[in-house]
Design a protein around this ligand. Structure first.
Ligand code: NI
Length: 140
């Protein structure tokens, strides 16, 4: 990450349940302050994004996500996104997780940049709670 200079104060609005969960985690991990936990979370976010930016060429990967089953129109939007990337989706699995949540796994193969675009398209939809992307090269 390199040298970090100075500190800037920012104000962030968060849903209280999200903040409560975050506070529980950072307490459990022994952080001395909420600010330090947030700094680490932002660093991890940046590292993951930069790692994905560097990926290129043919890859195989998975996109997994949890989404709110009751979010109006979301099921159709997710289908729409998958049809847009149809050439590179090898399989998908849908699991009805509980009353509110569905979990999906998409196995995808193609250009790394397109796989990332697929994950970002899903991530941007309202009601999608958690997206994880993994990729690997063939022939390792
Ligand atoms: Ni379902």
């Amino acid at each position: 990450m390199g040298e970090e200079r100075g500190l800037t104060r920012i104000g962030v609005s968060l849903p209280s349940n999200l903040l409560n969960k975050f506070d529980t985690i950072i307490r459990g991990r022994g952080y001395s302050s909420r600010s330090e936990g947030i700094r680490d979370a932002i660093r991890a976010y940046i590292v993951e994004y930069e790692w994905m930016e560097r990926e290129s060429g043919e890859e195989i990967g998975t996109v997994t996500y949890l989404y709110d089953h009751d979010q109006r129109g979301l099921g159709d939007e997710l289908t729409e996104v998958q049809h847009h990337f149809i050439g590179m989706i090898k399989s998908s699995t849908h699991i009805h997780l509980d009353k509110e949540n569905c979990f999906e796994i998409i196995v995808t193969q193609g250009d790394a940049k397109k796989i990332k675009e697929l994950a970002e398209n899903i991530m941007s939809l309202k009601g999608v709670k958690h997206v994880k992307l993994t990729t690997t090269h063939g022939g390792i």
